[in-house]
Design a protein around this ligand. Structure first.
Ligand SMILES: CC(C)(COP(=O)(O)OP(=O)(O)OC[C@H]1O[C@@H](n2cnc3c(N)ncnc32)[C@H](O)[C@@H]1OP(=O)(O)O)[C@@H](O)C(=O)NCCC(=O)NCCS
Length: 182
């Protein structure tokens, strides 16, 4: 499902997005603080990712849902975001996101993740979103705080970056759907 915001389109990945994804993700500054994105990031990695997204999209209920972020004015994919470990029974999911370095600090992640949150609470009917952020990742912490997430705690040595192999302490941030839980 496509969602348009002022400057962006959030949509499922297609095979044609692989080149943009590989170009943007093949950057240690982008991948360093992520748990699942490898470095170096090859065109084959990107093709496998788009294939996985299509497979997941075709499944009725799926634990992970990934999307690309397309810049409307340039018609180019500038990043990815999505849900990890969706638990429909409890109504919760983790979120993940990354953007090409060329587009940092221009409010694009705020715009894209804000739309993802609305989708989670209205369309997926989730109650709780979690962001697990490496303690060193100040950009991501600032982003989620601005989106209304609250820090709930820390998990020590809880995640190893796939890109660097470094083990990180992880801060847990959560956002609850406004109103009473159902
Ligand atoms: C985290 C990330 C998505 C933020 O993207 P972004 O488009 O630069 O974020 P925004 O421009 O929407 O900024 C949101 C807020 O965070 C702040 N911010 C962004 N980068 C920052 C940085 N490096 N240091 C401190 N604050 C930062 C912005 O200033 C803004 O706050 P403000 O409005 O009060 O000024 C981007 O840095 C990224 O892709 N990083 C690599 C991948 C990654 O770490 N993913 C998250 C894993 S948990």
């Amino acid at each position: 499902m496509k969602i348009k915001t002022k400057r962006l389109i959030r949509r499922p990945a297609t095979f044609n997005d692989a080149a943009d994804i590989a170009m943007n993700a093949n950057d240690i500054d982008v991948t360093r603080y992520t748990a699942h994105v490898p470095f170096p990031y090859s065109l084959k990695n990107a093709k496998d990712f788009t294939q996985l997204c299509r497979k997941r999209k075709s499944q009725k209920s799926c634990d992970d849902l990934n999307f690309v972020i397309e810049m409307r004015s340039e018609k180019k994919v500038i990043g990815c975001l999505g849900f990890i470990r969706i638990d429909y029974f409890t109504g919760k999911a983790d979120i993940g996101y990354w953007l090409s370095k060329n587009y940092w600090q221009q409010g694009f992640a705020f715009e894209a993740v804000n739309a993802l949150i609305k989708f989670a609470f209205t369309t997926l009917k989730l109650q709780r979103l979690e962001a697990a952020i490496y303690i060193e990742n100040h950009a991501s912490q600032t982003l989620v705080k601005k989106l209304g997430f609250k820090k709930e705690g820390i998990r020590h040595r809880a995640s190893r970056s796939r890109a660097t192999g470094v083990l990180h302490d992880v801060l847990i941030y959560a956002l609850l759907k406004p109103g009473k839980c159902k």
